[in-house]
Design a protein. Structure first.
Length: 201
């Protein structure tokens, strides 16, 4: 059997950390290699355990330290990051996107959805499931607000989020389909996504 993926849990609520650890106990392809309750402890655990996936919240204590930690991890480790949180307001979703997380799952998600999100991210995909429809709209607003996108890329992305085809986007913006494809490739690269399907996963 292939070696299990190594998972580090960062969570300051013991019961949530306990629940996640027990959830992973029964999964032969996912192994908890460490748990941390503070950003400093998480950094030490990352160096000591070299995880493949780090699961962390938006807030640690009463601060948005999870966001700051996520941003730090993106520049210091090759580990993938999943934000697992109860905080899914538009500002939180946007902060998670801009911090470079590979995915976000709300704490209202089922155990099966959490496990599926972990595996998708570990295989190179991205998952955005912060919650019901209002949170989905918040995710879309966060994507559109990404600071690296140009004005034209935002126009293309807005139409993509409306499930328009390349031809429909070209017609709407009065540009060539080849130009649309160029914009799509560029904006997906900036968002860290492999394909347009990742926008809706």
């Amino acid at each position: 059997m292939a070696e299990a993926y190594r998972v580090l849990l960062v969570e300051d609520h013991p019961m949530i950390s306990f629940g996640l650890a027990r959830l992973l106990d029964d999964e032969p392809d996912l192994e908890v290699v460490g748990e941390a309750r503070t950003p400093d402890a998480a950094r030490r655990q990352v160096r000591a355990t070299e995880p493949d996936l780090i699961v962390l919240p938006v807030r640690l204590g009463d601060r948005v330290a999870g966001i700051e930690l996520c941003r730090h991890l993106r520049s210091t480790t090759a580990a993938r990051t999943l934000v697992y949180t109860a905080f899914t307001d538009p500002e939180d979703v946007q902060a998670v996107v801009l911090a470079g997380a590979d995915g976000m799952v709300g704490k209202s998600a089922s155990p099966a959805d959490v496990l599926a999100a972990m595996r998708t991210i570990l295989r190179g995909g991205r998952v955005w499931q912060p919650g019901p429809a209002p949170a989905r709209r918040a995710t879309e607003r966060a994507l559109l607000a990404h600071e690296q996108l140009t004005g034209r890329e935002r126009e293309v992305l807005r139409l993509m989020l409306d499930h328009r085809t390349n031809q429909q986007i070209a017609d709407a913006l009065t540009i060539e389909v080849t130009t649309v494809k160029t914009h799509v490739r560029g904006l997906l690269r900036k968002l860290g996504m492999g394909s347009r399907r990742d926008l809706f996963s």
